[in-house]
Design a protein around this ligand. Structure first.
Ligand SMILES: [Zn+2]
Length: 93
């Protein structure tokens, strides 16, 4: 599937968020998220290092679980809605 290769190529160039990938690829965020989970798994299986910079609350600095790839709606600690989106980077070996 070439689309998944494109995704991996984008992620090795610089850290990207799901919404910026969706914009560049012209896809829905949900579709990108699904493809991304597969891409991360196959990249790891191929021996690449995948770095996930987890989502973080701008107000209080609360850091979300790195398994969450999309932007959370709200911070559970302070209820703030301004949250940095997670960024994903693949370091090819
Ligand atoms: Zn917060």
């Amino acid at each position: 599937m070439t689309f998944r290769r494109d995704l991996i190529a984008l992620l090795t160039a610089e850290p990207r968020s799901v919404s910026s990938l969706a914009r560049d690829l012209g896809l829905k965020r949900g579709d990108v998220e699904d493809a991304l989970r597969h891409a991360i798994r196959s990249a790891r299986a191929a021996g690449h290092r995948v770095e996930i910079l987890p989502a973080r609350c701008r107000a209080c600095g609360f850091t979300f679980d790195e398994h969450k790839l999309t932007k959370p709606g709200k911070c559970p600690a302070c209820r703030g809605t301004r949250v940095y989106e997670p960024q994903i980077l693949i370091r090819s070996k």
